[in-house]
Design a binder for this molecule. Structure first.
Ligand code: PAF
Length: 280
């Protein structure tokens, strides 16, 4: 695997790879790679000739009181995992100027109305930061395909909107959520949890599954949502939101909606926020 730490090195590597035919697939990450990320790389390898992963903890997407400084940075093991998966290129910028040369003057992309709902409501500005960095990475790398995980469903929808306008020739793939045995969706932030907290966290997936069952049994939507929130609170999971939306994240008001839909939730366990969803 070729590792580039500056834009200059990255450009040289991309130029070299562009001489070979075949599509280039991109997996943008913030590192601390787990099996969820590795599944994205496997999917990339099935869909493209060459794969590039980026590892960059993007300061723009963290709020003032969030975990930017303590976000797990595990470069050495990440490199080992990527090498094992036979990723071709890793771009791991040595500092933020390699991604945003004029950081102080940066104008962020606006994520719009949906960017202020669900996770955007509890993390103001978060999705502007995500779209700004993802757009920049797309501009720098110009991949044919980019892959994002379904756990961050809202992120993936917002990136789709942004890319439709700014990168119309790019194909986006959504990779399924990877869960541990007890149902917890894999996330770098699970590292913050104790064993007891991980056991509690498994109730989030149970709650989503029970809500899907209730919906299929025609239980009224407001009852499903009330029960879900009560269940989560009883398990020491403090819900930021628990909602049913259609697959484009439009609000669904009642239980008669027949199209593709998704229950989404964000909960806090002590100081750690976890998100999960089920599409059905
Ligand atoms: O999902 C993530 O890890 C990040 O939000 C992303 C897409 C790499 C942008 O920083």
């Amino acid at each position: 695997m070729i590792i580039a730490r500056t834009r200059k090195d990255l450009n040289k590597t991309l130029q070299f790879f562009s001489q070979e035919p075949g599509k280039l697939a991109l997996i943008p990450t913030m590192g601390n790679l787990h099996d969820g990320h590795l599944s994205l790389i496997k999917l990339a390898k099935l869909n493209a000739k060459k794969t590039i992963t980026t590892i960059f903890v993007n300061p723009l997407q963290f709020g003032k009181n969030e975990d930017y400084y303590k976000y797990p940075r595990t470069e050495e093991t990440d490199i080992q995992k990527l090498t094992k998966e036979k990723c071709d290129i890793l771009f791991i910028p040595k500092n933020k100027n390699e991604v945003f040369p004029e950081y102080e003057k940066l104008k962020q992309i606006e994520a719009g109305k949906l960017g202020n709902e669900l996770c955007g409501k509890i993390r103001p500005g978060h999705f502007n930061g995500v779209l700004t960095v993802v757009n920049k990475i797309f501009e720098i790398i110009r991949p044919d395909i980019a892959i994002f995980g379904a756990k961050d469903y809202q992120q993936q929808i917002l990136i789709k909107h942004m890319a439709k306008n700014l990168h119309p020739y790019l194909s986006l793939l959504k990779a399924p959520i990877i869960r541990s045995k007890n149902g917890v969706a894999l996330s770098s932030r699970n590292n913050y949890l104790s064993k007891t907290e991980i056991t509690l966290a498994s109730n989030l997936f149970k709650c989503l599954e029970n809500s899907v069952k209730s919906y299929k049994k025609n239980v009224l939507l407001h009852e499903i949502i009330d029960n879900a929130k009560k269940f989560l609170i009883a398990k020491n999971l403090d819900p930021d939101y628990f909602e049913l939306r259609d697959s484009k994240l439009n609000i669904i008001k009642d239980s008669s909606f027949n199209g593709k839909k998704i229950f989404l939730s964000s909960v806090k366990i002590n100081n750690t926020r976890l998100i999960d969803n089920i599409e059905f």
